[in-house]
Design a protein around this ligand. Structure first.
Ligand code: ZN
Ligand code: ZN
Length: 91
C-alpha cells in the first residue's frame, strides 16, 4: 500500500447536496501535475490530442509538444502554467 506524501489534516466537508454544483471540484479536475499543463491539453498523456494541435499549426516538431506548451522554446510559458496550476494548500 502506498500513501501520498504529506499528511494533511482532513476536515469534514459539510456539503452533501446532490445536484448542487461543486465549484471546488471543477477547479482541480483539469490538471496534469506530471507535465504541468491542463490535463485536457496534455499531449503527453493523451496522444490523440496531437493531431488537433498539428492542424492548428500549434506544434513544435523539435520537442514533440504543442508550441503553446513548449517551455524549451518559450521559457515564459513555465511561469504561466505555474500560475495556472491548482494550489493544493488552500484556505
Ligand atoms: Zn500529462
Ligand atoms: Zn520547442
Amino acid at each position: 500500500m502506498r500513501r501520498r506524501g504529506a499528511p494533511t489534516s482532513r476536515e469534514p466537508q459539510p456539503q452533501a447536496k446532490p445536484g448542487a454544483p461543486l465549484v471546488q471540484k471543477a477547479e482541480v479536475a483539469d490538471w496534469c501535475k506530471e507535465h504541468v499543463v491542463p490535463e485536457s491539453v496534455c499531449t503527453r498523456c493523451n496522444a490523440s490530442l496531437i493531431p488537433e494541435f498539428q492542424e492548428k499549426g500549434d506544434w513544435c516538431k523539435e520537442h514533440g509538444l504543442p508550441e503553446s506548451q513548449c517551455i524549451e522554446c518559450h521559457p515564459e510559458l513555465e511561469a504561466k502554467f505555474e500560475a495556472m496550476a491548482p494550489k493544493t494548500a488552500g484556505k
